[in-house]
Design a binder for this molecule. Sequence first.
Ligand code: BGC
Ligand code: ZN
Length: 371
Amino acid sequence: MKAAAVFPNTKSLGVVNDFPAPKLEDASSVKLRVLSVGVCGTDREIASFDYGLPPAGYDYLVLGHETVGEVVEVGPQVQNLKPGDLAIPMVRRPCNHPDCVACRAGRQDFCYTGDYKERGIKEMHGFMTELIVDEAVYMNPVPHEIRDVAVLVEPLTIAMKGLIQAMEIQKRLPWGRASLEDKAPHRTLRAVVLGAGPVGLLGAMAIRHAGIDVWVYSREREPNVSADIAKKIGANYICSQEKSVAEMASQVGNIDLVYEATGASQLAFEVIEALGTNGLFILTGVPGRHGPIGIDTAQIMRNLVLKNQCVLGTVNAGKDAFEQAVSNLTGFHSKWPDAVSALITGRFPLDRFADPIENQTGIKNIIQIAQ
Ligand code: BGC
Ligand code: ZN
């Protein structure tokens, strides 16, 4: 089979032509025919050799952790999937320390040891190839109606995990919502989304879908595709080159929620200063390494205490977030079909997988492996 890989020793990218096809060895495993694979900032970091680790015994790592595939074969013990179904594999696999309660509970997204593995990222080959096999517990069924956009589920799980935790934390407010589905009348919540890339816009959709008012704050001046998508879903767009953080905050009012999806640490900490009373700030970006910057720690700490604020970092996702991402994406797709389709701005064949990695254009680029 063909597979798209990075070779850390020679610092190069290339297609492996004789990558062995995986076999269904386990009674509880599922084999998928890969349809498409998304490219993201993590792939770009791996391809610049800042991140990522090949599996033991290999001098290359097959890329790809955002995918959707069609089931071609299932082991005799598999109940929830059959050939012809669509499925999305999870990214992270548990560490094997007996005392890691998170991994032992199937919540490797909260792994204590750091010895988890991630497909296409850390010590396991990824999905940019023709066929993949994994255990059914890591596979999430997807309805056929979202086949063309289902590759967006994994990046959406990042937002879902953040929002699931946001709802838990905000239960501390007696007048807060009971869950994401709870649409009962309550105080109108105002959210700011930092960044208008795929993780930001998918987060904006999830927050709008939950009935919360959204302002997307991002660098690019209007008109641009991301601002159009924000408007299609009923969000507002503010250009950070035209409005300062203070101006943005006074336009929004009390900021109840910030969902950060830029990885820009300086911007994030400037916006923490603008977080509202009883507000929650969710960080999802992984910043590159650069030197320290000056921030007004006393001001931030004063606000955190006097305004009951909370700052939350979140990575990867559990089964609950995958399930909610599938149902949310299905909901967005019927409510805003054009906006969801517009997130996918480029489709490339496997042989050209390096193009969207080396040259980021548009919003979400995908590698189309099969139809
Ligand atoms: C992936 C996550 C992963 C993280 C860190 C992200 O791009 O979506 O699943 O945990 O990178 O490796
Ligand atoms: Zn990713």
